[in-house]
Design a protein around this ligand. Structure first.
Ligand code: GCW
Length: 674
């Protein structure tokens, strides 16, 4: 599992023979002068050697070559390729025939584009491309394609299920684990170009000299792969380090401190990306502690990094007692009035949904609501609320759903994706952030199938128009084998997996029913936590009559935060659809659903369906035994067994609880847990 999707196993015979003549003829004129080009050339050689294996056809002298480089390479310049429209990161791949000889050309404006092209070439070869027919042009849809590590300085990882942090802070900066290079390579292969190294629940120490030196060493390793380093900043750092008396953003001493701090960081890391900030949320300090706004805070930090070309990513994940009526409304209430108040190098980082990375949420109402402010989307790759590393849940369908949601901000077709990629309001500062699921486990992500979520995040950040199915197919072909007998069933499992989790954990628009703190396993009955919005009962609102959170005008009216056509649909019990029904409505247990069942019967049906999906995944996987190596086959088999048991636990515990609240009889076959 360590090799991820970069295994480069021998191709099927017919294709192997076609690719072999190129295997020893990579021409890269800038190889000696540019580290990134050298990496790209080396990657193609390594990849082709694996895909072709030892073979006669691979003997040098075939005359076929792979030619890579930027326009600074004479052979590339001579081809007169249309590079100008490729921007900073785009690339072209062309098959060119010259006198019976064939060339595959990978060209870009910058070396990193060539590196992306190299990985794209290898990916295409593993998914059946014809070597003589390349005519490909790709540019990424967003500028910032970032991983957010919630990694603490003691190497624990908040919501991490794949072992310790890969950043070995103790040995840095004197020793850089070779794993950092493998990390960079894997990320470059999917177009990731930035990493926030430390947790958004940040410590002040991470901004002190010794830690800056450690981050600088990591930055040195990641740089040739086109990956910039960013840091999470703790708002109160200057006070906690005893260097200022206050953290008030309008106090000149505070602004001066951050300027000096930025200068210090840029001396060590000249291409430092900037800061990520979680402020006034879940106990993190922030400008509101000084009666200043999020904009006051973000702009002060932005001024400190602006001279160096840095940015500030200010998170919109805030909730406190301000809006006790409905937590889902708070971010919009706080940020919407600040539209237009942020500096040019500030981008708001908004989670896909208004609560918190639930298995299914409607899109966040801030998307489309702040036209003057660039908005990044934040997804959680690590599966805090979807069964940690053991449950199989492929998340691309969830992200696809969020990106495809129509905000109607400028009429029909104003999708979240268009807000995020800047095309709706012509923003240039665009991006997607994914909370990493990477740790020091041998397989990086805690399970084989969780590698697919890392992969899919990168691919969607590169091109949100890719379908979750297409991404699953690529991943399965590279990770297991490019054989339909493997790819088809694996992809089928992946595509049903997320809905399965929704069904057995939070069906019909329910949310936040997980057990307290760790969020693993069911806890819909919990009602005694200090803050109302920490309790699952706050979210499901089940009583004798019905279940669901009324967010229409008769309730919290959260629907009013959406553009009118969306608000009308969500508020309309007959048009909202089953998936978001109980998110927006409190519905009587006996009311009829689209299926013709009563709500109670539908709820039970969904829980059952979720468990049945897991059984289905088990059967599909079992049939793959002859085609998958023992180690991975065995681990997935055992994890699916855990998932089956726990899906049943979720179903039985949830139904038993809701049966008790609603005073309905327990359906047959449901065993209330002890
Ligand atoms: O999902 C919640 C998590 C917290 C996390 C927070 C956030 C980093 O339970 O662990 O803190 O979101 O996104 O800030």
């Amino acid at each position: 599992g360590y090799d991820l999707w970069l295994r480069y196993q021998p191709l099927p015979e017919a294709q192997r023979v076609a690719v072999a003549p190129y295997a020893h003829s990579v021409v890269a004129e800038e190889r000696g002068s540019d580290g990134t080009i050298a990496i790209a050339a080396g990657e193609i050689e390594r990849g082709l050697a694996g895909l072709v294996g030892p073979s006669d056809e691979a003997a040098p002298g075939s005359g076929h070559v792979v030619l890579i480089g930027t326009a600074a390479a004479p052979s590339i310049a001579a081809l007169d390729l249309p590079l100008t429209t490729l921007g900073e990161d785009g690339f072209v791949i062309r098959s060119v025939a010259r006198g019976g000889k064939h060339m595959i050309v990978v060209a870009a404006n910058r070396p990193v584009g060539v590196l992306y092209g190299a990985f794209a070439l290898l990916r295409r070869l593993q998914t059946g491309a014809d070597v003589t027919a390349f005519d490909l042009r790709e540019t990424p849809r967003v500028a910032l394609r970032l991983l957010n590590h919630w990694d603490n300085l003691d190497r624990t990882v908040e919501r991490g299920y794949a072992g310790q942090s890969i950043w070995d802070w103790w040995k840095l900066p004197d020793y850089a684990d070779p794993r950092y290079t493998d990390y960079a390579r894997a990320n470059a292969s999917i177009g990731i170009n930035g990493a926030v190294l430390n947790n958004v629940n940040a410590r002040p120490d991470s901004l002190t000299g010794p830690w800056i030196a450690k981050a600088a060493k990591v930055a040195d390793v990641l740089r040739p792969y086109g990956i910039k380093v960013y840091l999470s900043a703790r708002w109160s750092a200057p006070v906690e380090l005893n260097e200022t008396a206050t953290a008030d953003p309008l106090d000149p001493a505070v602004a001066t401190w951050w300027k000096a701090k930025a200068n210090e960081i840029y001396r060590a890391i000249p291409d430092f990306g900037g800061f990520l900030v979680k402020a006034n949320s879940e106990g993190q300090p922030g400008p509101q502690d000084y009666k200043r706004s999020h904009a006051d805070g973000a702009n002060m930090l932005a001024a400190a990094v602006a001279p160096h070309g840095g940015i500030v990513m200010w998170r919109a994940f805030v909730y406190s007692q301000v809006d006790p009526e409905d937590r889902a409304k708070q971010a919009y209430s706080e940020f919407k009035p600040l539209d237009g108040a942020f500096a040019d190098n500030v981008v708001l980082q908004v989670k896909n949904g208004p609560i918190d990375f639930q298995p299914r949420e409607p899109f966040h109402p801030l998307f489309g609501a702040m036209p003057k402010t660039p908005l990044m989307i934040e997804f959680q790759i690590t599966k805090e609320y979807l069964g940690f590393a053991t449950h199989l849940a492929y998340l691309a369908p969830m992200w696809e759903e969020a990106l495809g949601a129509d905000t109607y901000a400028k009429g029909k077709g104003s999708t979240v994706a268009k807000v995020v990629d800047g095309s709706l309001e012509r923003h240039r500062l665009t991006g997607m952030a994914g909370v990493a699921n990477i740790g020091s486990d041998r397989n990086w992500s805690g399970s084989t199938f969780d590698q697919a979520n890392w992969y899919a995040f990168g691919r969607l950040a590169w091109d949100h128009a890719l379908s979750s199915e297409a991404i699953a197919r690529e991943w399965a072909a590279q990770t297991f084998a490019p054989d339909p007998a493997v790819v088809d069933p694996v992809v089928a499992m992946m595509l049903e997996s997320r809905q399965a989790v929704v069904d057995y954990m939070t069906p019909l628009g329910l949310a936040h029913l997980m057990a307290t703190g760790h969020h693993y396993g069911p806890g819909p009955w919990v009602s005694d936590l200090a803050r109302p919005e920490w309790n699952p009962v706050y979210y499901h609102r089940a009583d004798r009559e019905g279940i669901g959170f009324d967010r229409t005008a008769s309730g919290s009216n959260a629907v009013a935060q959406y553009a009118p056509p969306v608000a009308r649909r969500f508020a309309d019990r007959s048009r909202v659809g089953d998936d978001y029904l109980l998110w927006f409505h409190h519905v009587g247990w006996d009311e009829r659903m689209a299926s013709g069942r009563s709500l109670w019967a539908e709820l039970v049906h969904r829980y059952d369906r979720g468990v049945a999906s897991v059984a289905d995944m088990q059967a599909r996987w079992a049939a793959l035994e002859p085609r998958i190596d023992d180690a991975r086959f065995e681990q997935v088999t055992r994890f699916l067994a855990i998932q089956r048991q726990e899906a049943t636990w979720w179903r039985d515990a949830s139904i038993a609880y809701f049966a008790d609240v609603s005073k309905r009889p327990l359906p047959e076959g449901v065993r209330p847990p002890a």
